[in-house]
Write a new protein. Sequence first.
Length: 307
Amino acid sequence: MKLNPPLDRREFLKTSLAGAGLLLARPLSGLAQTEPVKPRAASDRVLLGRTGIRCSFLAQGTGFNGYRRSSEHTRMGQEKFTRLLRHAFDEGGVNFLDLADLYGSHPFVRNAMKGVPRDRYVVLTKIWPRKEDWNTPSGGAREEVDRFRRELDTDLIDICLIHCMLNDKWPQEYARIREELSELKQKGVVRAVGVSCHDHGALKLAAKDPWVEVIFARINHKGGSDYSCDDSVEAVTQTLKTARANGKAVVGMKIFGAGKLTEASAKDASLRYVIGNNLVDAMTIGMLTPEQVDDTIERINKTLKTI
């Protein structure tokens, strides 16, 4: 399908008032009009900070062991990928999809969600800003986002992040990406912007940077590099509380330690810690099978009922 040209702001407001995730959230100003309601289930629609975007509390990740535009999710092939996403969406009520250029998941999601109205699911994706043997960045965001939209066959990206920030100099290093993402947001092509962080300095800066609306942050009850966190659990906890107090939408990742927390008791302990301390607006987990989806939803639902 040929990609439509970007909508101007007036047309966007007329035609996309119910756009991706706005069925339950009206504001388009970027400011939340009501206090967020705490979820009671993984499928409950939650408000992401001050973005006006509502989505399921649980996001389906697509980037487990992701690199060079592939991941365990895409390497399973389109048929299994589609079965996984549609089970999470149709059976589990999970409408928040976590993508990235690094994972190569855009065309897989396009095919998996074919026929589903675009306003029924929320797309988050990420720009890899560094030159690699598989990636030659433009230095900005316009070219990347236009390509993402073609790969996804959509006019609208709900959330676009700069991927994998490694130090507290990222605002200067990626100033052009920030500027172009802001322009795309003004045009209605992107609804919210932010960063994913793999460094505590980067995370602390994101927690207070006015430009940042959404933060992907690594958090679980163990903390430390052994469990794919950026600092001790106590240090990261304080930063996430600061971020949320500043109105940032925090999406927790590595909740199960990037696959290292495999025991049921460890998974439950991590969920109790992250949810019980009110550290995140939502969380993404890279579930690989329908059975894992069902198990994760059950664990989250149980945790939400007991805190």
